[in-house]
Design a protein around this ligand. Structure first.
Ligand code: FES
Ligand code: FES
Length: 175
């Protein structure tokens, strides 16, 4: 019987030579994968675990579309290997909301029109949540500087800055 190309691809993926077991803790749940050590965290999230909220833009650390939190700190998931993040707490855009309740940053992006096409938006929001813990200045200029690793081709920057400023100021005034 002749094997279709589609079937061959699926088999090749399952039987990757050199695969190792990697356990990742993502949004409070553990996921054990068999992957090659060279697989990036971004590809593991999107292609192996099915968490496609984290976007692939440049795949080389220049756009921020792939931003996730690792132990609360922002990183570009295209620039780190999944195997390097074993034991860390990884948070993706899917992990921010609490059930039906949006994270305040998600709600603020909607309120202030902080997006157009939405492709950069998960990375922008995750980055903005990470920024809150970093002691970034609350001025527009400070927010722009702290968010400079997240590019938006649609130019939705005024709304993005307004959303981050509002959440930042609310958090600061609530102590
Ligand atoms: Fe990772 Fe662009 S996809 S920085
Ligand atoms: Fe389109 Fe940012 S909303 S790239």
């Amino acid at each position: 019987m002749q094997t279709s190309p589609k079937t061959s691809t699926a088999v090749a993926k399952t039987l990757e030579p050199g695969s190792i077991d990697v356990t990742l803790r993502i949004n409070g749940k553990s996921h054990t994968l068999q992957i090659e050590p060279r697989v990036t965290l971004l590809d593991a999230l999107r292609e192996r675990i099915g968490l496609t909220g984290t976007k692939k833009g440049c795949d080389r650390g220049q756009c921020g579309a792939c931003t996730v939190l690792v132990d609360g700190r922002r990183i570009n998931s295209c620039l780190t290997l999944a195997v390097m993040q074993e034991g860390a707490e990884i948070t993706t855009i899917e992990g921010l909301a609490r059930g039906d309740e949006l994270h305040p940053m998600q709600a603020a992006f909607i309120k202030h029109d902080g997006f157009q096409c939405g492709y950069c938006t998960p990375g922008q929001i995750v980055s903005a949540v990470g920024l809150l813990a970093e002691g970034c200045p609350t001025s527009d200029e400070g927010i722009r500087e702290c968010m400079s690793g997240n590019l938006c081709r649609c130019g939705a920057y005024p709304g993005i800055v307004a959303a981050v400023r509002e959440v930042h100021q609310t958090q600061t005034s609530n102590g």
